[in-house]
Design a protein around this ligand. Structure first.
Ligand SMILES: [Zn+2]
Length: 131
């Protein structure tokens, strides 16, 4: 049996070399716009980021896409990436819960970074009925 070399691509964020299937390709088109490349075959200058929630989060914080392509305002790309990585991680999970409502995940006890959630305490209004 022959073992083919797996083509590796470097993540623009963590700089790790990973197989293409574990990466999401981004491409800068001729007109200068940067897009998600779902097929991995779009013409233009390409860059890769891990299909990993934490990696996308960090990439957004560090503006990795902007830096990689020399552009600005790529928030929509990070949003799209999030959808892709969340979806793919959902598929990996077994369909254990038969909940109708797909609640946002947040019950993770692992050491993931919390997204700055603050518990808002509501001030109870005093009833000033006495006049
Ligand atoms: Zn990465």
């Amino acid at each position: 049996m022959k073992q083919r070399k797996i083509p590796l691509r470097m993540c623009i964020n963590c700089r790790e070399m990973k197989p293409k299937k574990e990466m999401q390709r981004l491409v800068k088109a001729a007109d200068g716009s940067v897009n998600i490349d779902p097929t991995g075959k779009m013409p233009g200058r390409g860059a890769y980021v891990c299909k990993d929630k934490e990696c996308v989060t960090t990439a957004k914080k560090q503006k990795r896409i902007e830096r990689a392509f020399g552009v600005s305002g790529c928030d929509y790309l990070y949003e799209a990436l999030f959808e892709i990585v969340v979806e793919s991680s959902d598929k990996n999970r077994a369909e254990e819960s038969s909940d109708k409502n797909r609640a946002e995940e947040g019950g993770d006890k692992s050491t993931s970074v919390e997204t700055g959630e603050k518990i808002m305490t509501r001030e109870t209004n005093d009833k000033s009925a006495n006049g």
